[in-house]
Each structure stands twice: as structure tokens, then as C-alpha cells.
Design a protein around this ligand. Structure first.
Ligand SMILES: C[S@@+](CC[C@H](N)C(=O)[O-])C[C@H]1O[C@@H](n2cnc3c(N)ncnc32)[C@H](O)[C@@H]1O
Ligand code: SF4
Length: 395
């Protein structure tokens, strides 16, 4: 078993700074570290140059600045980073170039600057429109800041905007969730991401939860909130293309599609994860350690596209690549998993390997199988993890 090289190339840049940490978040990000942004930018440029000089110029189909709070960087800092990207890669004329932004950290002139630099998509972390929920989640902004930021981005010319939302928050009634969806939809975003609140280990939320300081999450209510979002967004013409993602026609997040199609993506910045021709790698998490690692002049030999900032790298076996392709591909609820494509890519007989699992999941009403494409059923979308588990460790 092997895998033919997956399609176009994407690039992820992790910006690990936040004004304040939200109670639920376990992303690799630090509050009160803004004094490191200049040195971080210099290190990031070195990392990009290092990867660029070890291969011929490749074309990028997507670039995604995620965080953390990428909107804490100045336009001048983005200019420096984009100069490095352009001198080492070519950016496809159609490329999607996204920035995650926190409401309340930006004004119209900033968005104009972003457009000039090359961005064409903004993703706002909104979470809720309810002041009590926003306070509970430790957010630094109110919903008015979302409305203002959204308006500023529109005025500057952004025509592709995502809003991130969270449901299943303790104390969030169905009515509160319905109002949040309605308030956000009134802004006519092109894209919505809605996630069930996860209690991540080591977060303040986790501590409150284990000490019994906050009510249990009502899982039935969370499932009803998810179902409400699915039905409401469908009525309004949003395409439910991934378990947690909806878009106006043809406006899927191309960058995230490359993850779900188990494609190739380069990763830069502290704690960033990359995947290139079956090699998975992860950068060192701490900002000072990241900066220090890239100050070295005696660069050792690393497999492409790893640099001295890499903490771990591992070539996946074809079996691991296949499992990743299944787990990610099944998340694409409309596109689904094309068995013929997988059989061609991995040179396997998919149906004979997974016949038992497919039959069982179909019988339980969690999976549909039509025209060689496997898709989660409506029930399967609610119970995705149960489906994914069936496909692990079968090889
Ligand atoms: C990488 S975060 C960055 C977004 C941006 N910094 C912000 O908060 O405005 C992307 C999204 O992940 C979601 N998220 C983060 N932690 C989560 C959790 N524990 N449970 C559910 N969703 C979470 C939030 O919706 C968040 O907007
Ligand atoms: S949710 Fe966003 S703003 Fe909050 S800590 Fe995480 S990355 Fe930072």
C-alpha cells in the first residue's frame, strides 16, 4: 500500500498571542507576551526562508493565519511576512488567504491594510451574542464589537467572512442559542462554524467543572441546539458541508478543506502542525524556544519541510495515512468519502477491508453508501465519533 501525492499545497501560520486567555481554550497561545511579537516575526521569516530555500518555488492554494489572535500583528508585520512568503513560494491567483480575528481588536483602516497585504477572508471568533455567555467564556468583547468589526471588514471590502459560534455552554438555554444564531445571521456572513463546547484538560473551565462549580453540560440540549442550527441554516440556504461548518454556495473554507481531504499543508509558528507527503510534524510550543531555535546558524539536516523549530516529526505508514483520510473525509458530510478515489490513491480494495464496518454502520443508520461514496447519515452527523472509531486499527 502507498499513497499518490495529494493535491494543492496549503500554508498555515500560527500566531500564538492573545490579549487574555478564554476559559475554555487550550490552543497554543499566550497572554501578556506581546513584547515578543517583533522577535517572533523575525523568527517566522527565518522559518519561511529556511523551508523555501530547500525546495523549488511551490504554488500555494491557501494561506491561513490562525491563533491565538493573528489580528494582534500590525499591517507592517504582515507586510514583512508576506514578502518572505512571496519570495519563497508563488501564491496562486485564486488563492484563499484567511485571517482569524478577534472582535474588538480591529478598525476599518486595519481591514483596508489587510486587503492591501493580500487577505481575502476573515474569520471572527464570536462564540455568542449573549452577555452572560460571553462573560462565562471570559471573552474580552461584547456583541456590539462583533457587529462593528463585521461592518468595518465589509466596508473595507471583505466579501468572505466567517463567524465562529459555540453551543452546549452550561446555562445556555435553547432560546439563548436561537438568539445568537439569529443575531449572527442578521449580519449575513458567508460562512458559519458552530462547535459544541469542549471541556479541554487544564483549562480554567475544566477546573471549574471538576470542582463542581458549574453545572453539567446537558448533552441532550446540546444535540437539540446542533439540530436547530442544521435546520435553520439549511432553510436560509447555507450548505452544511462539514460537521461543524456551513457556507453560502461554493464558499467552503478552502484551507480547512485541505485538512479534511488529508492534503499537504506546511506549518509555521510555535506549536503549528504540518503534513507533507505522509510526513507529520509539529513545532516547539513555547514562543521563546521557537525564537531561539531559529536563531541558530548551523542548521542541521532535516527532512523536508522540517526546520530547527520542529519538535517532532514522523513519517506516517500508508495504513495511518489511510485512516487519517477516512476520519477526515467522513467529516465532509456532503462530499463524503469517495471509495474509488481512495482505492486508486492507496492501491487497496476498500470494500473488502471495511465491508463489516460499512454493513454495521449502515444497519445502525449512521452511514449511507451511494454510488461509491460513503456519507454520514443525519444521525451519524450527531454521533460522528462513534462512526470514526469503527474505522480505526482495522489494518
Ligand atoms: C483557534 S480559535 C481562534 C479564534 C480567535 N482567537 C477568537 O477566539 O476570536 C478558533 C475557534 O475555536 C473554537 N474553540 C476554541 N476552543 C474551543 C472549545 N474548547 N470548545 C469549542 N470550541 C472551541 C472557538 O469558536 C474559536 O473561535
Ligand atoms: S479562543 Fe481565541 S482569543 Fe480566546 S484564548 Fe483561544 S485563541 Fe485566544
Amino acid at each position: 500500500m502507498g499513497r499518490t501525492s495529494p493535491g494543492p499545497l496549503s500554508l498555515y501560520i500560527h500566531i500564538p498571542f492573545c490579549k487574555k486567555r478564554c476559559a475554555y481554550c487550550d490552543f497554543n497561545t499566550y497572554a501578556g507576551a506581546e513584547h515578543l511579537i517583533d522577535d517572533f516575526t523575525t523568527a517566522l521569516v527565518k522559518e519561511i526562508n529556511f523551508v523555501g530555500k530547500t525546495s523549488p518555488k511551490q504554488e500555494l492554494a491557501t494561506i491561513f493565519f490562525g491563533g491565538g489572535t493573528p489580528s494582534l500583528l500590525s499591517i507592517q508585520q504582515f507586510e514583512v511576512i508576506f514578502d518572505a512568503i512571496r519570495s519563497n513560494f508563488s501564491i496562486a491567483p485564486y488563492a484563499e488567504i484567511s485571517l482569524e480575528a478577534n472582535p474588538g481588536t480591529t478598525d476599518e483602516s486595519y481591514f483596508l491594510g489587510l486587503i492591501k497585504v493580500g487577505f481575502n477572508r476573515i474569520s471572527f471568533g464570536v462564540q455568542s451574542s449573549d452577555p452572560v455567555m460571553l462573560k462565562f467564556l471570559d471573552r474580552i468583547h461584547d456583541f456590539q464589537a462583533v457587529v462593528d468589526s463585521h461592518q468595518n471588514a465589509r466596508k473595507a471590502g471583505f466579501e468572505n467572512i466567517n463567524l465562529d459560534l459555540i453551543f452546549g455552554i452550561p446555562g445556555q438555554t435553547m432560546q439563548v442559542w436561537q438568539s445568537t444564531l439569529a443575531d449572527c445571521l442578521a449580519l449575513h456572513p458567508e460562512h458559519i462554524s458552530a462547535y459544541a463546547l469542549g471541556i479541554e484538560e487544564g483549562t480554567p473551565l475544566d477546573k471549574w467543572y471538576s470542582k463542581g462549580l458549574i453545572p453539567e453540560i446537558d448533552q441532550d440540549l446540546a444535540a437539540d441546539q446542533f439540530t436547530y442550527a442544521i435546520e435553520t441554516l439549511k432553510t436560509l440556504g447555507y450548505d452544511h458541508y462539514e460537521i461543524s461548518n456551513w457556507c453560502k454556495p461554493n464558499l467552503q473554507c478552502q484551507h480547512n478543506l485541505s485538512y479534511w481531504r488529508n492534503g499537504n499543508y506546511l506549518a509555521f509558528g510555535p506549536g503549528a502542525h504540518g503534513h507533507y507527503d505522509g510526513l507529520r510534524y509539529e513545532n516547539v510550543k513555547s514562543i521563546p524556544a521557537y525564537i531561539k531555535s531559529l536563531m541558530k546558524e548551523d542548521l542541521k539536516e532535516f527532512p523536508y519541510p522540517c526546520t530547527p523549530s520542529v519538535l517532532n516529526f514522523k513519517p506516517n505508514t500508508p495504513e495511518e495515512e489511510l485512516e487519517d483520510s477516512i476520519m477526515c473525509g467522513l467529516r465532509l458530510v456532503r462530499e463524503g468519502l469517495n471509495i474509488l478515489e481512495l482505492e486508486k490513491q492507496f492501491e487497496i480494495d476498500f470494500q473488502s477491508i471495511y465491508r463489516t464496518q460499512i454493513d454495521k454502520l449502515q444497519k445502525n443508520g449512521l452511514l449511507n453508501f451511494d454510488n461509491n461514496v460513503l456519507r454520514l447519515s443525519n444521525q451519524g452527523i450527531l454521533l460522528g465519533n462513534q462512526v470514526f472509531l469503527e474505522f480505526i486499527n482495522e489494518l
